[in-house]
Design a protein around this ligand. Structure first.
Ligand code: SAM
Length: 229
């Protein structure tokens, strides 16, 4: 994908794949990996017209795999830049014979900007995005007004935007930014966090946070047509 001119929300770490993850990557990337060139035709990619859900920053893929297993009638696109996660998910795809996942290695901002059509998604998940907790790094957080506006444009009306974080300060920023976007309505109540949805799969990342005594904040929004005043 095109090189970004915006501030990046990630650092490409030199995480190594295990030999079996590497093998899965070599064998399966050509089938399950998407290398975007122009605007993607998601129905053509999955060869069906089922709902399309995007997970931004799937990490090691725990949530992505669990959701794809639980909902075979939904197509999932996962994007990240963390290589070992690709190996792990591809291994699972093969082991579980999952046909409803495709992966993209790249920056979600560029994917949304250049490669996803307006109103092409039924749901977007953003689970535990990098918190960039130092004040001077806060500008690298993904959830900013421009990003949320862009994301809203790629969702269908009625589509879901589900965020979760274990950093209270980031949770407050998410609430403030998404509430201010006229394209989203809080599914819980205005200005409120959602109870932890039973269907959000627990990731190792969240478990680790729990062991460190972190709270978790879920936010669930529906894309709406803004009212014309
Ligand atoms: C803190 S980890 C959480 C991983 C996973 N969601 C979980 O709950 O275990 C955040 C992930 O988001 C990815 N990420 C951050 N910014 C991204 C971006 N702009 N595009 C794609 N992935 C991104 C990182 O590489 C990392 O794997």
């Amino acid at each position: 994908m095109q090189s970004p001119s915006h501030i990046r929300s990630f650092v490409r770490r030199n995480g190594r794949m295990t030999p079996s993850q590497q093998l899965a990557y070599t064998d399966l990337w050509s089938h399950y990996g998407i290398e975007p060139d122009g605007v993607l035709d998601l129905n053509a990619i999955f060869a069906r017209t089922q709902p399309k859900h995007l997970e931004i920053g799937f990490g090691m893929g725990d949530a992505l795999i669990a959701m794809a297993q639980q909902h075979p009638d939904v197509d999932y696109i996962g994007i990240d830049v963390h290589l070992p996660g690709f190996g792990k998910v591809l291994k699972q795809i093969e082991a579980e014979q999952l046909s409803n996942i495709r992966l993209i290695n790249g920056d979600a901002v560029l994917l949304l900007q250049h490669h996803l059509a307006i109103a092409s998604l039924d749901a977007v998940y953003l689970f535990f995005p990098d918190p960039w907790h130092k004040k001077r790094h806060n500008k690298r957080r993904l959830v900013q007004p421009d990003f949320v506006e862009l994301l809203a444009s790629r969702l269908k009306v009625g589509g879901l935007f589900h965020l979760a974080t274990d950093w209270q300060d980031y949770a407050e920023q998410m609430l403030q930014v998404v509430e201010a976007c006229p394209h989203f309505q809080n599914l819980t109540a205005p200005n409120s966090y959602a109870p932890r949805p039973a269907d959000r799969p627990l990731t190792k990342f969240e478990l680790r946070g729990q062991r460190h005594g972190h709270g978790v904040w879920d936010l669930r929004y529906q894309k709406i047509e803004p009212t014309q005043d």
